[in-house]
Design a protein. Structure first.
Length: 121
């Protein structure tokens, strides 16, 4: 479970960072989300594919000693396949939905100083 969570979180963080990078370049959030998914698709897909390829021999193992690992491998394989789809499609969609609702990244504000109170009057 921990290995699955690590891969999913890593893919999600990278995708969110690419979306923020595209927004900082001046793209709209909808366009930035689409571009980030397109940019990161290959890396996320290859990471998932290599992990699945490494797990397949354990999934199809028939020896008695490996039967203990089959449920664990099965949950990682199918969890990874579904989480890859979620990361590639749901995370960008959530970014777009949150932007439509009005949730924006907080702007940096100047720290309050005694001089800022003097300028108000």
């Amino acid at each position: 479970f921990v290995s699955l969570a690590g891969i999913v979180v890593n893919n999600s963080i990278l995708l969110v960072e690419f979306i923020k990078f595209r927004v900082s370049e001046g793209h709209a959030i909808h366009e930035a989300a689409a571009l980030a998914s397109k940019d990161r698709f290959r890396a996320i897909f290859i990471t998932t594919l290599t992990t699945l390829a490494g797990m397949m021999p354990l999934l199809f193992e028939t020896s008695l000693q490996a039967q203990v690992l089959v449920p664990l491998v099965c949950s990682i394989v199918f969890g990874l396949m579904s989480s890859t789809l979620l990361v590639l499609f749901v995370v960008p969609a959530l970014f777009s939905i949150l932007e439509d609702v009005g949730f924006k990244e907080p702007q940096e504000i100047e720290p309050l100083t005694p001089q800022s109170f003097d300028n108000e009057n």
